[in-house]
Design a protein around this ligand. Structure first.
Ligand SMILES: [Zn+2]
Length: 784
């Protein structure tokens, strides 16, 4: 009866609480947001027993027309339908079509803001010469694929329809589950000048020696992905959402001017035809060298720049189980290489760069490739491909299987010819090589849907990049990874959740690179600890190697392998724009009363004596009082105050404690200090508490409290802290590891925030009369 009564009362209470404000359950499970598990993807985050993926094998012949900056090709695609579905058509990606003057990518461009366009507040915000040149040149450039033929293996024409950056091929017969279909396409396109038109590939022109360097990607019609979650992934390419692709084998023959050096995805099949005996010897030496061996020296490259070969050479490459294929070609290339072999990895790390990249590139590029593979292997799996390449050219940083394009270079003084490089260029180069080579793991092998989710490749990759940079040198200058770097962004206004489509992201770099990287560092250091995290993160990589994971597969695997419910973490960090902001609102001390009047009355007296003396008493000090003039007026009460212990008190204590068990008596005498600490969660994102407790003796220690402390009350909690000595200070997140956006409310007692006020001189008013009378400078005296 009683139980029922209590239950009813509780029910009424909670009902009225709901009416005021619905309970915000930060720990509600994610099932309502995640797709249901099925035979293709399990509830534990692993590929299911009926997991399938399509496959596309390519045989391509292509020719680079250097003089006309154009490429033509002919490719045969064998598409394997491993799905349980019958297909009536196939979709291919025609990424070059974003260079058509009327492409969606161009038509949907908007100005960043009216202010930035018309009245920029800084150089960075303003429109650059290059920006306006790009807009105008894009209107005139005759870019995009010219499709010459689409045919069956037998040569019969196939009906096809181009929809902007996508092409549909209608099949003569439906393609049934388990069947394959071979067809061929002939195409050509004009190559974009990357420094003018931008892009993830293109050529760079060097006016000094009149040569070009070609970085070639998105260069052939590629199969769009078809998979269990989305069907065909044929969302238009607008420029941000990268490429969702199928694995396959490639056999590619590239015809270029005879004096070019070609860097490419895959393994070279005909070194005897395209390399000199010396180059082949140097390559063999590089295989076991501990430092990079130069295959084409700078002197040889500079010699090659001086003339143009008449004939052509065809470089033949094959690549197994890759989702894409890219290459680069120039007579300007210096080339170095170093083998790396450990456990399941046996790779040739190679760099290709023009002389303009030195001395930076010969020192750091290949070294950074080897470092990347060493480090990424620790956190994911052994690098499985035979080569890993970094090419210096116009593209700032872009990844393809086995090959990446990286931009940073030294600067050459125009007058003196002196070559120097900035700190930013040095660490930018090491960082971008780590990042782009790291993309081999995410998403080239862990083949996530880039067109949909940028964070799944960029975020995970930036996270591992941060670990690799930490292993390069102490205090590596970086701005991403450590949670403290994400605080400004977390405070900013125009945000969308990480779980937003690639093309709709605001603050792209912060949203998809820096925030997930910071979140994973919080998960590793603060929530799970390194051991649990690293095991689960590796498990994700192992499960989804050469497969296509979705966000749910990542979230579920991290929970499944670490044995931790992290739904609150994904919900807060990935599905909202909440920030961590914990405030320590107040602390109350509770010493346990001993009940002993000798102790307790002395304690009360000490409290009383600790109170400030009344202003009246202060000013009355020294006043001659009646009882001092006439002491006979004093009695018992002038000698005893309220804190005198009486025999009655002692008897009462004896009576009270007579019935206590020994453990109860011990508890009264243990002398622990109890504190009630009020915390509020102002940012909305729940976080573990990391409490630095400082005691009276100066001793400091940290108590770590899991985020579940917020589960009953996500906005405000009261936590009991027990100490052996009086507490003198408490700091939440003393190491800045939780990305708390306001440290000023994290300490008790509060700390003063130090800052500096900069004073500026007032500017003199414009003096047109003085300017008018200023003598005109002579033309030849202008350059100082
Ligand atoms: Zn990236």
């Amino acid at each position: 009866m009683k139980r029922i009564h209590v239950g009813l009362a509780a029910l009424c209470l909670s009902a009225s609480a709901f009416a005021a404000e619905p309970f915000d359950d930060k720990f509600r499970q994610l099932e309502e947001l995640l797709p249901s598990a099925n035979q293709y993807r399990t509830a534990s985050g692993a590929p299911g027993h009926a997991y399938w993926q399509q496959r596309a094998d390519y045989t391509i012949r292509t020719t680079l027309d250097e003089a006309n900056r154009a490429l033509s090709g002919s490719g045969q695609v064998t598409y394997h339908n491993n799905s349980p579905d019958t297909l009536h058509y196939l979709w291919l990606q025609l990424d070059q079509n974003i260079y058509k003057p009327n492409s969606d990518a161009r038509m949907t461009l908007t100005a960043p803001s009216r202010e930035a366009w018309g009245r920029a507040r800084s150089d960075e915000e303003g429109m650059k010469f290059e920006g306006l040149r790009g807009i105008l040149a894009g209107r005139d450039f005759d870019g995009g694929f010219k499709i010459a033929a689409v045919k069956t293996a037998g040569g019969a024409p196939l009906k096809y329809t181009v929809n902007q950056t996508m092409m549909r091929i209608d099949l003569q017969q439906p393609l049934k589950p388990g069947e394959k279909f071979t067809f061929s396409i002939d195409w050509s396109y004009k190559i974009n000048e990357q420094k003018v038109l931008g892009g993830r590939s293109g050529y760079e022109y060097f006016a000094e020696d009149k040569n070009a360097l070609f970085e070639i990607a998105q260069w052939f019609p590629r199969m769009a992905a078809y998979y269990d979650v989305y069907g065909w992934q044929h969302k238009q390419f607008l420029g941000s959402g990268e490429f969702t692709l199928e694995f396959g084998d490639y056999d590619v023959q590239i015809t270029v001017p005879a004096d070019h050096i070609v860097a490419s995805t895959g393994e070279l099949q005909n070194p005897n035809e395209v390399l000199t005996a010396t180059q082949r010897e140097r390559l063999a030496k590089a295989r076991t060298s501990k430092t990079p061996v130069v295959i084409v020296t700078q002197a040889e490259a500079e010699q090659a720049e001086k003339s143009v070969a008449k004939g052509t050479k065809t470089w033949h490459f094959k690549a197994k189980n890759v989702r894409d294929f890219a290459w680069a070609s120039s007579r300007k290339f210096i080339w170095d290489a170093q083998g790396y072999k450990k456990d399941g990895t046996n790779v040739m790390a190679m760099s290709y760069y023009p002389k303009e990249g030195n001395p930076l590139w010969e020192k750091y590029s290949t070294a950074a490739i080897v470092h990347t593979i060493e480090q990424y292997n620790k956190y994911s799996f052994d690098y499985p491909y035979p080569t890993a390449i970094s090419v210096n050219g116009p593209v700032g940083g872009m990844e393809y299987p086995m090959i990446s394009f990286n931009g940073p270079r030294p600067v050459k003084d125009k007058k003196t010819g002196e070559i120097t490089y900035t700190k930013r260029a040095k660490y930018g180069l090491i960082g971008v090589v780590i990042h782009e080579v790291g993309h081999n793991y995410y998403p080239m092998i862990i083949n996530s849907d880039e067109r949909q989710w940028t964070w799944m490749d960029e975020g995970l990759n930036t996270f591992v990049q941060s670990l690799a940079q930490e292993a390069w040198e102490e205090n590596y200058p970086t701005g991403r990874g450590d949670p403290r770097f994400i605080v400004d962004y977390m405070r900013s206004k125009n945000q969308v959740p990480i779980m937003t489509n690639s093309e709709s992201l605001l603050q792209f770099g912060n949203n998809a690179y820096a925030k997930p990287a910071a979140a994973l560092n919080v998960l590793r250091e603060t929530v799970l600890g390194r051991e649990l995290f690293d095991y689960a993160f590796r498990e994700y990589a192992r499960r989804w190697k050469f497969k296509r994971p979705t966000p749910a597969d990542f979230f579920r695997t991290m929970e499944d392998a670490s044995g931790t419910d992290l739904d609150w973490f994904w919900r807060g960090w990935f599905y909202t724009t909440d920030a961590v902001d914990v405030s320590i609102d107040g602390i109350t001390e509770y010493g346990v009363s001993t009940k002993n009047p000798e102790v307790e009355k002395a304690w009360k007296k000490a409290q009383h004596d600790g109170e400030p003396v009344s202003i009246i008493d202060q000013r009355n000090k020294g006043m001659v009082r009646k009882v001092d003039e006439q002491p006979h007026l004093k009695d018992f009460y002038n000698e005893h105050d309220d804190f005198t212990v009486t025999n009655a008190d002692r008897n009462k204590f004896a009576e009270q404690t007579a019935d206590l068990e020994q453990w109860e008596k011990d508890l009264l005498a243990q002398g622990k200090h109890l504190y009630l600490v009020d915390f509020s969660n102002l940012g909305g994102l729940v976080t573990p508490l990391v409490l630095q407790i400082e005691l009276k003796s100066g001793k400091k220690y940290i108590e770590r409290i899991p985020a579940e402390v917020w589960r009953y009350s996500p906005k405000k909690i009261t936590k009991v802290i027990v100490t052996d000595e009086p507490l003198v200070s408490l700091v939440q997140d003393p190491n800045w590891e939780t990305a708390d956006i306001d440290q000023s409310n994290n300490a008790w007692p509060r700390k003063i925030t130090p800052s500096r006020l900069e004073l500026f001189k007032s500017r003199p008013a414009e003096n047109m009369m003085k300017d008018f009378n200023t003598p005109l400078k002579q033309k030849d005296a202008k350059k100082e």
